[in-house]
Design a protein around this ligand. Structure first.
Ligand SMILES: [Zn+2]
Ligand SMILES: [Zn+2]
Length: 179
């Protein structure tokens, strides 16, 4: 549902930015999305609400041809969400890597060791306090940034609105059963 909202933000003057591509531009909508927008923009909020509630309840919805068609789900485009972008200040990234190294601070994974020269130097930088919470604030790379492999970084952000601490992440790691 949130993805859908981000995709359609370009059509509304609601102050939200939604999806942007790597150049910071809002991509234009695919023709199927545009068709859905055209079809729905004249309808009442009540109609929209009952449609959405129907979807939520997993019920088959009869809503004038707006079915859940596979073509309405676009994936794999050059989409980078704004909050993820903000985490990548190049200077802070360099500082974090210089301080914390290239091994994942949760699981120890090292991209260079696993992928050879191709993976050398790769690691993701994670804000201990999400920027959205911290607002515009100074970031101290010693205390405010972690370096995490892509898997651990995803796990840290897995629950919406929750950001796991390094200790929480490690505790979950240990609870798994490595083969
Ligand atoms: Zn890791
Ligand atoms: Zn993060």
């Amino acid at each position: 549902m949130k993805n859908a909202r981000d995709t359609f933000d370009i059509l509304f003057e609601n102050g939200r930015i939604g999806w942007i591509d790597r150049d910071g531009q809002q991509p234009s909508l695919s023709s199927s999305f545009q068709r859905i927008h055209e079809e729905w923009k004249e309808r009442s909020d009540d109609e929209l609400e009952s449609f959405v509630l129907g979807l939520q309840a997993g019920m088959p919805v009869a809503a004038g041809g707006v079915a859940r068609s596979p073509e309405a789900r676009t994936e794999g485009g050059e989409k980078v969400y704004l909050s993820v972008r903000r985490e990548r200040d190049p200077k802070l990234r360099d500082d974090a890597v210089a301080l914390h190294g290239l091994d994942c601070m949760a699981c120890g994974f090292n991209f260079g060791r696993m992928y050879g020269a191709f993976g050398e130097g790769f690691i993701e930088v994670h804000h201990v306090v999400p920027l959205a919470e911290a607002g515009k604030s100074l970031t101290d790379p010693v205390t405010d940034l972690n370096v995490l492999c892509a898997n651990c970084h995803r796990m840290a952000h897995r629950q919406r609105g929750v950001c796991l601490t390094l200790d929480e992440l490690k505790a979950h790691l240990r609870s798994g059963t490595p083969s």
